[in-house]
Design a binder for this molecule. Structure first.
Ligand SMILES: Cc1cc2nc3c(=O)[nH]c(=O)nc-3n(C[C@H](O)[C@H](O)[C@H](O)COP(=O)(O)OP(=O)(O)OC[C@H]3O[C@@H](n4cnc5c(N)ncnc54)[C@H](O)[C@@H]3O)c2cc1C
Length: 223
Protein backbone atom coordinates (compact mmCIF):
# COMPACT_ATOMS: atom_id res chain seq x y z
CA UNK A 1 0.00 0.00 0.00
CA UNK A 2 1.45 3.40 -0.97
CA UNK A 3 0.09 6.80 0.01
CA UNK A 4 1.67 9.72 -1.83
CA UNK A 5 1.68 13.10 -0.07
CA UNK A 6 2.61 14.66 -3.42
CA UNK A 7 1.17 17.03 -5.98
CA UNK A 8 -0.11 15.29 -9.14
CA UNK A 9 2.75 16.66 -11.26
CA UNK A 10 5.27 14.89 -9.05
CA UNK A 11 3.23 11.68 -9.12
CA UNK A 12 3.27 11.80 -12.94
CA UNK A 13 7.03 12.50 -12.99
CA UNK A 14 7.86 9.69 -10.53
CA UNK A 15 5.54 6.96 -11.89
CA UNK A 16 5.57 7.94 -15.59
CA UNK A 17 4.31 5.14 -17.82
CA UNK A 18 3.34 2.97 -14.87
CA UNK A 19 0.26 5.20 -14.55
CA UNK A 20 -2.68 4.56 -16.84
CA UNK A 21 -2.31 6.97 -19.78
CA UNK A 22 -5.45 8.98 -18.99
CA UNK A 23 -4.40 9.42 -15.35
CA UNK A 24 -0.90 10.53 -16.29
CA UNK A 25 -2.35 13.04 -18.75
CA UNK A 26 -4.75 14.43 -16.12
CA UNK A 27 -1.95 14.72 -13.54
CA UNK A 28 0.29 16.52 -16.02
CA UNK A 29 -2.52 18.96 -16.83
CA UNK A 30 -3.36 19.63 -13.19
CA UNK A 31 -3.73 23.39 -12.76
CA UNK A 32 -1.52 25.10 -10.20
CA UNK A 33 -2.51 28.05 -8.00
CA UNK A 34 -0.69 31.39 -7.94
CA UNK A 35 2.48 31.61 -5.88
CA UNK A 36 3.15 33.12 -2.47
CA UNK A 37 5.74 35.69 -1.44
CA UNK A 38 6.24 35.72 2.33
CA UNK A 39 7.78 38.21 4.72
CA UNK A 40 8.68 37.26 8.29
CA UNK A 41 8.99 40.47 10.28
CA UNK A 42 10.12 41.43 13.77
CA UNK A 43 8.09 44.54 14.60
CA UNK A 44 8.86 46.84 17.48
CA UNK A 45 5.55 47.68 19.17
CA UNK A 46 3.49 45.62 16.69
CA UNK A 47 1.69 46.82 13.55
CA UNK A 48 0.26 50.37 13.94
CA UNK A 49 -3.08 49.55 12.31
CA UNK A 50 -5.39 52.51 11.73
CA UNK A 51 -8.31 50.07 12.04
CA UNK A 52 -8.44 49.45 15.79
CA UNK A 53 -9.95 45.88 15.71
CA UNK A 54 -7.06 44.79 13.47
CA UNK A 55 -4.75 45.32 16.47
CA UNK A 56 -6.53 42.40 18.16
CA UNK A 57 -6.96 40.10 15.14
CA UNK A 58 -4.64 37.12 14.68
CA UNK A 59 -5.33 37.16 10.92
CA UNK A 60 -5.93 40.26 8.80
CA UNK A 61 -6.63 40.23 5.05
CA UNK A 62 -5.48 43.34 3.16
CA UNK A 63 -6.93 44.30 -0.19
CA UNK A 64 -9.55 47.01 0.16
CA UNK A 65 -13.13 46.51 -1.06
CA UNK A 66 -14.24 43.15 -2.50
CA UNK A 67 -14.12 44.42 -6.08
CA UNK A 68 -10.50 45.46 -5.60
CA UNK A 69 -9.55 42.08 -4.12
CA UNK A 70 -11.28 40.32 -7.04
CA UNK A 71 -9.32 42.45 -9.53
CA UNK A 72 -6.01 41.80 -7.75
CA UNK A 73 -6.63 38.06 -7.70
CA UNK A 74 -7.66 38.04 -11.38
CA UNK A 75 -4.41 39.85 -12.25
CA UNK A 76 -2.30 37.34 -10.33
CA UNK A 77 -4.06 34.34 -11.92
CA UNK A 78 -3.43 35.94 -15.32
CA UNK A 79 0.28 36.22 -14.49
CA UNK A 80 0.39 39.98 -13.79
CA UNK A 81 2.03 41.17 -10.58
CA UNK A 82 -0.17 43.91 -9.03
CA UNK A 83 1.44 47.03 -7.62
CA UNK A 84 -0.45 46.42 -4.34
CA UNK A 85 -1.20 42.69 -4.07
CA UNK A 86 -3.71 40.91 -1.82
CA UNK A 87 -1.88 40.26 1.46
CA UNK A 88 -2.65 37.99 4.43
CA UNK A 89 -1.15 39.11 7.75
CA UNK A 90 -0.65 36.77 10.71
CA UNK A 91 -0.18 38.12 14.24
CA UNK A 92 -0.04 34.78 16.08
CA UNK A 93 1.73 36.37 19.03
CA UNK A 94 -1.62 37.84 20.10
CA UNK A 95 -2.74 34.31 20.94
CA UNK A 96 0.71 33.15 22.06
CA UNK A 97 2.62 36.03 23.68
CA UNK A 98 5.59 33.73 24.36
CA UNK A 99 6.59 34.30 20.71
CA UNK A 100 7.47 37.95 21.43
CA UNK A 101 10.67 39.30 22.92
CA UNK A 102 9.71 42.26 25.09
CA UNK A 103 7.79 44.62 22.81
CA UNK A 104 9.27 43.12 19.60
CA UNK A 105 6.65 40.90 17.95
CA UNK A 106 6.88 38.33 15.15
CA UNK A 107 4.48 39.06 12.29
CA UNK A 108 4.36 37.09 9.07
CA UNK A 109 2.53 38.07 5.96
CA UNK A 110 2.31 36.78 2.45
CA UNK A 111 1.02 38.06 -0.85
CA UNK A 112 -0.46 36.16 -3.74
CA UNK A 113 1.91 36.57 -6.70
CA UNK A 114 1.87 35.01 -10.18
CA UNK A 115 2.81 31.31 -10.35
CA UNK A 116 6.59 31.08 -10.64
CA UNK A 117 7.07 34.83 -10.05
CA UNK A 118 10.80 35.48 -9.85
CA UNK A 119 10.81 39.15 -8.89
CA UNK A 120 11.19 40.72 -5.45
CA UNK A 121 7.72 41.53 -4.09
CA UNK A 122 9.01 42.93 -0.78
CA UNK A 123 8.22 46.58 -1.61
CA UNK A 124 4.78 45.70 -3.02
CA UNK A 125 3.88 43.78 0.16
CA UNK A 126 5.21 46.47 2.50
CA UNK A 127 3.43 49.16 0.44
CA UNK A 128 0.11 47.36 0.88
CA UNK A 129 0.77 47.02 4.63
CA UNK A 130 1.77 50.67 4.95
CA UNK A 131 -1.54 51.67 3.31
CA UNK A 132 -3.41 50.27 6.33
CA UNK A 133 -0.69 50.88 8.93
CA UNK A 134 1.21 54.09 8.17
CA UNK A 135 4.63 54.21 9.80
CA UNK A 136 5.02 50.44 10.00
CA UNK A 137 8.34 50.44 8.11
CA UNK A 138 10.05 52.43 10.88
CA UNK A 139 9.04 49.72 13.36
CA UNK A 140 10.55 46.79 11.43
CA UNK A 141 13.72 45.63 13.16
CA UNK A 142 14.20 42.32 11.33
CA UNK A 143 12.98 40.76 8.10
CA UNK A 144 13.31 37.51 6.13
CA UNK A 145 11.70 36.92 2.74
CA UNK A 146 10.64 33.69 1.02
CA UNK A 147 9.66 33.81 -2.65
CA UNK A 148 8.23 31.12 -4.95
CA UNK A 149 11.62 29.56 -5.77
CA UNK A 150 12.54 29.30 -2.09
CA UNK A 151 9.19 27.66 -1.26
CA UNK A 152 9.72 25.12 -4.05
CA UNK A 153 13.27 24.44 -2.86
CA UNK A 154 12.11 23.49 0.63
CA UNK A 155 9.07 21.50 -0.54
CA UNK A 156 8.78 20.20 -4.12
CA UNK A 157 4.97 20.16 -3.70
CA UNK A 158 5.15 23.96 -3.68
CA UNK A 159 6.34 24.27 -7.30
CA UNK A 160 6.08 27.85 -8.55
CA UNK A 161 5.40 29.00 -4.99
CA UNK A 162 1.92 27.41 -5.01
CA UNK A 163 1.62 26.59 -1.29
CA UNK A 164 -1.92 25.20 -1.54
CA UNK A 165 -1.06 22.39 -4.00
CA UNK A 166 -3.20 23.32 -6.95
CA UNK A 167 -5.71 25.89 -8.14
CA UNK A 168 -8.86 25.67 -6.07
CA UNK A 169 -11.20 25.91 -9.03
CA UNK A 170 -14.61 24.34 -8.40
CA UNK A 171 -13.80 21.17 -10.41
CA UNK A 172 -10.39 20.67 -8.78
CA UNK A 173 -11.73 21.38 -5.30
CA UNK A 174 -14.63 18.95 -5.68
CA UNK A 175 -13.00 16.26 -7.81
CA UNK A 176 -9.30 16.58 -7.03
CA UNK A 177 -6.62 15.84 -9.63
CA UNK A 178 -8.97 14.06 -12.05
CA UNK A 179 -12.65 13.22 -12.44
CA UNK A 180 -13.03 9.68 -11.06
CA UNK A 181 -15.27 7.78 -8.66
CA UNK A 182 -12.32 7.62 -6.26
CA UNK A 183 -10.37 10.93 -6.35
CA UNK A 184 -7.50 9.43 -4.33
CA UNK A 185 -6.91 6.48 -6.67
CA UNK A 186 -4.03 6.71 -9.12
CA UNK A 187 -5.38 3.85 -11.21
CA UNK A 188 -2.50 1.69 -9.96
CA UNK A 189 -3.70 -0.91 -7.44
CA UNK A 190 -2.76 0.05 -3.88
CA UNK A 191 -1.33 3.48 -4.77
CA UNK A 192 -3.18 6.60 -3.59
CA UNK A 193 -2.64 10.36 -3.52
CA UNK A 194 -3.32 11.93 -0.10
CA UNK A 195 -2.00 15.48 -0.57
CA UNK A 196 -3.91 18.78 -0.49
CA UNK A 197 -4.47 18.33 -4.24
CA UNK A 198 -7.24 15.87 -3.31
CA UNK A 199 -10.68 16.68 -1.80
CA UNK A 200 -11.55 18.47 0.39
CA UNK A 201 -8.38 20.53 -0.29
CA UNK A 202 -5.88 22.35 1.91
CA UNK A 203 -8.27 24.28 4.16
CA UNK A 204 -9.55 21.12 5.90
CA UNK A 205 -6.34 19.78 7.41
CA UNK A 206 -6.07 16.01 7.70
CA UNK A 207 -9.19 15.24 5.70
CA UNK A 208 -7.36 14.56 2.40
CA UNK A 209 -5.32 11.92 4.23
CA UNK A 210 -8.43 10.49 5.90
CA UNK A 211 -10.13 10.15 2.50
CA UNK A 212 -7.09 8.46 0.98
CA UNK A 213 -6.80 6.03 3.90
CA UNK A 214 -10.49 5.15 3.59
CA UNK A 215 -9.89 4.32 -0.09
CA UNK A 216 -6.83 2.22 0.77
CA UNK A 217 -8.77 0.30 3.44
CA UNK A 218 -11.60 -0.39 0.97
CA UNK A 219 -8.96 -1.78 -1.40
CA UNK A 220 -7.46 -3.99 1.34
CA UNK A 221 -10.90 -5.33 2.24
CA UNK A 222 -11.52 -6.09 -1.42
CA UNK A 223 -14.50 -3.73 -1.70
C1 LIG B 1 3.45 30.00 4.80
C2 LIG B 1 2.27 29.10 4.58
C3 LIG B 1 1.05 29.47 5.09
C4 LIG B 1 -0.06 28.65 4.90
N1 LIG B 1 -1.25 29.02 5.43
C5 LIG B 1 -2.30 28.19 5.35
C6 LIG B 1 -3.53 28.50 5.99
O1 LIG B 1 -3.66 29.52 6.66
N2 LIG B 1 -4.56 27.63 5.85
C7 LIG B 1 -4.45 26.48 5.13
O2 LIG B 1 -5.40 25.72 5.03
N3 LIG B 1 -3.28 26.16 4.51
C8 LIG B 1 -2.23 26.97 4.62
N4 LIG B 1 -1.04 26.64 4.00
C9 LIG B 1 -1.03 25.47 3.13
C10 LIG B 1 -0.88 24.17 3.88
O3 LIG B 1 0.26 24.24 4.69
C11 LIG B 1 -0.73 23.07 2.84
O4 LIG B 1 -1.90 23.03 2.05
C12 LIG B 1 -0.57 21.71 3.50
O5 LIG B 1 0.58 21.67 4.30
C13 LIG B 1 -0.44 20.67 2.43
O6 LIG B 1 -0.35 19.42 3.05
P1 LIG B 1 0.05 18.15 2.21
O7 LIG B 1 -0.16 16.99 3.11
O8 LIG B 1 -0.60 18.16 0.89
O9 LIG B 1 1.59 18.22 1.87
P2 LIG B 1 2.84 18.99 2.43
O10 LIG B 1 2.54 19.73 3.69
O11 LIG B 1 3.37 19.70 1.23
O12 LIG B 1 3.78 17.77 2.87
C14 LIG B 1 4.48 17.01 1.94
C15 LIG B 1 5.79 16.58 2.55
O13 LIG B 1 6.47 15.77 1.60
C16 LIG B 1 7.75 16.33 1.30
N5 LIG B 1 8.03 16.12 -0.14
C17 LIG B 1 7.34 16.61 -1.19
N6 LIG B 1 7.87 16.20 -2.35
C18 LIG B 1 8.94 15.43 -2.02
C19 LIG B 1 9.91 14.72 -2.78
N7 LIG B 1 9.88 14.71 -4.12
N8 LIG B 1 10.86 14.03 -2.11
C20 LIG B 1 10.89 14.02 -0.75
N9 LIG B 1 10.00 14.68 0.02
C21 LIG B 1 9.04 15.38 -0.62
C22 LIG B 1 7.66 17.79 1.62
O14 LIG B 1 8.91 18.34 1.91
C23 LIG B 1 6.72 17.76 2.84
O15 LIG B 1 7.44 17.47 4.02
C24 LIG B 1 0.09 27.43 4.17
C25 LIG B 1 1.33 27.05 3.67
C26 LIG B 1 2.42 27.87 3.87
C27 LIG B 1 3.77 27.46 3.32
Amino acid sequence: MTLLDLDPGQVAAIYGDRLPKRVRRAYERFRRAPGAFKLDLAVDGGIPWTNEPSRRAVTVHLGGPLAEVARLERDVVAGRMPERPFVLVYQQYLADPSRSVGDVHPVNLYAHVPYGYDGDATEAVLGQLERFAPGVRERIVGMRTTGPAAFAATNPNFAGGDIVTGAKTVPQLLLGPRPALDPYSTGMPGVYVCSAATPPGPGAHGMCGAGAVASALRHLRGK
